[in-house]
Design a protein around this ligand. Structure first.
Ligand SMILES: Nc1nc2c(ncn2[C@@H]2O[C@H](COP(=O)(O)OP(=O)(O)OP(=O)(O)O)[C@@H](O)[C@H]2O)c(=O)[nH]1
Ligand SMILES: [Mg+2]
Length: 301
């Protein structure tokens, strides 16, 4: 799944011994895998120190130790559900009462597709989703979500093109409270006239939902395109600062994703990845597993 894992495998496979140079080269390789430079340096240093301390001199042992360190990095980011003692990324499909997932992200990252995937996953977990067409900026966005709604047999709450997205989500909440659903998945626009108007609009949506949804479970998920590399970190910073995110969903992992950004999201922003998406079909979404991801990234899998 992570194409970069092949490079790490090749890197370690070509080493018979571990030298200073090995760890320097590893730093460069991690940067190519979308690690931040400082993080790549730190983890290589830690790995070298551990290998020395634990008398690990072969590349297989180094890979295993690297996977352990990478998993520790990922575990710095807590799932929103951990407050309730659950380590399950699917937690928000399993809570009692009404849940609302606000889907955020810049244009083209896969928000609408992911909203539909989450609705489909919700159905498979016996929830009754409602899709809220909160992207009122683009006329075609409303049709796009209606098509998903028809295919999935899911109610769609939509207003006119150009309408107020906060009002759409408010109406979806009213529909759910009237007994028409128990899981609202709200799409939003990824594009505005300017970046600051986008941020202002998201803050407004957040304020409205916070005030109207005090009695429901409210989560804010940022969608990031895994193929955009380090740029994804900048996007996460902007959205996190604006509305305080609960987690990340990474899309397009089926393409040429290198995957190192996941570690930066965890370490720099304490943001957990909840799901990985690997295609355009409704079933192409899977809960994120830190151990499996770290092992695959380190070339163990
Ligand atoms: N290969 C692949 N393609 C995906 C994935 N998720 C979404 N896409 C595709 O990416 C394109 C954009 O997806 P959308 O869901 O429309 O993205 P969006 O963020 O809603 O876009 P805007 O509404 O324009 O901001 C579409 O062609 C999707 O089919 C994924 O996990 N893998
Ligand atoms: Mg969209």
């Amino acid at each position: 799944m992570i194409s970069f894992a092949e490079r790490i495998k090749g890197f370690f496979g070509a080493k018979t011994t571990l030298s200073d140079e090995t760890f320097e080269d590893l730093t460069d390789l991690l940067v190519e895998g979308d690690f931040g430079a400082a993080q790549a340096y730190n983890i290589s240093e830690k790995l070298q120190a551990l290998c020395k301390k634990e008398k690990i001199s072969d590349s297989e042992g180094a890979k295993k130790t690297l996977a352990r360190l990478l998993e520790e990095m990922l575990c710095q980011a807590k799932l929103p559900s951990e407050k309730s003692g659950s380590m399950d990324p699917d937690y928000f499909f399993k809570e009692d009462g009404l849940s609302l997932l606000l889907i955020l992200g810049v244009n083209g990252v896969g928000k609408t597709t992911t909203a539909a995937k989450l609705a489909s996953r919700g159905i498979s977990m016996k929830r009754r989703p409602i899709l809220a067409a909160g992207d009122t900026f683009r006329a075609a966005a409303i049709d796009q979500i209606k098509i998903h709604g028809e295919r999935l047999g899911v109610r769609v709450v939509a207003h006119q093109h150009g309408g107020d997205p906060a009002a759409v989500i408010y109406d979806a909440l009213e529909a759910a409270k009237a007994g028409n659903g128990d899981l609202i998945i709200a799409d939003t626009a990824g594009r505005m006239h300017t970046k600051s108007s986008l941020v202002e609009e998201l803050k407004k949506i957040d304020r409205v939902v916070e005030s109207r949804a005090a009695d429901c479970h409210y989560y804010k998920c940022l969608i990031l395109d895994a193929t955009t590399g380090r740029n994804a970190i900048n996007q996460a910073e902007i959205f996190h600062e604006a509305v305080s995110l609960d987690g990340i969903i990474l899309t397009k992992f089926d393409s040429s994703a290198r995957g190192g950004v996941v570690f930066s999201l965890a370490e720099e922003l304490s943001l957990p990845v909840l799901f990985l998406c690997t295609g355009e079909k409704y079933g192409d979404i899977a809960p994120f597993n830190p151990r499996a991801y770290a092992e695959e990234f380190a070339g163990l899998a």
